[in-house]
Design a protein around this ligand. Structure first.
Ligand code: GDP
Ligand code: MG
Length: 224
């Protein structure tokens, strides 16, 4: 009987996630679940993605954190609708929390929904939210061995953004070895190398994300 509890939680989560997906699809919203360890650059990637796509795509954001609204305040400054979810200790977002957040966003005015999950490389991989795309942000200072240690997370995502490549001259990190390991774990994952500090690689990432939305930008991104 005890063992069934987790199954029930995950089953219930999946059912609510399916409802979230229906709601998102009804509003033609493309939703992205952004996962990473704390400090890898989730908020930075959200902000850079907003800057890159905001001219042509209407963006909304859900910020997930254990506590505080620091990230949501940063995002709100970009003039996009944002809802903060505080999990109060839980290490991941669940579909029911996203459902609540969706009820508090102007869905008719959003094309792309960026969901920043709680910083953690374990639990968020197990809870689907109704998203169309799962993205993992890895970062150079975390080290190139993380795919070996957190294979489920690396296996579960559609895209991997390697952030903080501006730090490669200072940190021991084998990019080719890392890429090879990721591909061995997850052959379908698209891999992007970016720096949110210098802006390198952001346009390539943003163009790919836009292409996955299946909606052409009203205003094309021209730089590379
Ligand atoms: N050097 C460098 N620092 C970065 C980069 N992206 C983010 N940071 C810094 O890393 C820290 C954590 O970033 P944040 O986006 O808040 O990470 P989050 O906790 O995953 O949301 C902040 O101090 C950022 O300024 C990058 O590309 N290069
Ligand atoms: Mg953050």
């Amino acid at each position: 009987m005890e063992i069934k509890i987790l199954k029930n939680i995950l089953g219930a989560n999946d059912r609510i996630a399916a409802k979230n997906r229906e709601l998102l699809d009804a509003h033609k919203i493309f939703a992205v679940n952004i996962m990473a360890s704390p400090g890898a650059g989730k908020t930075s990637v959200v902000l850079q993605t907003i800057r890159a796509l905001q001219d042509g795509v209407r963006i909304g954001v859900i910020e997930g954190d254990i506590s505080s609204s620091i990230d949501a305040e940063l995002v709100a400054k970009q003039d996009v609708p944002v809802v903060q979810i505080n999990t109060g200790g839980e290490c991941h977002l669940e579909a029911v929390q996203v459902q609540d957040a969706l009820n508090n966003l102007p869905l008719a005015e959003i094309d792309l929904l960026l969901i920043e999950n709680v910083g953690n490389l374990v639990c968020p991989a197990e809870f689907t939210l109704g998203e169309h795309l799962k993205v993992l942000i890895a970062s150079v200072p975390e080290g190139d061995d993380k795919p070996f240690k957190y294979p489920l997370m690396f296996n579960t995502v559609d895209a991997l953004v390697l952030n903080k490549i501006d730090l490669l001259p200072y940190v021991k990190f084998n990019v080719d070895g890392f890429t090879k390991t990721v591909k061995n774990i997850n052959a379908k994952a698209e891999i992007f190398k970016v720096s949110c500090t210098t802006g390198e690689g952001i346009t390539t990432w943003a163009k790919w994300l836009n292409s996955r939305m299946g909606k052409p930008l009203k205003k094309r991104i021209t730089s590379t």
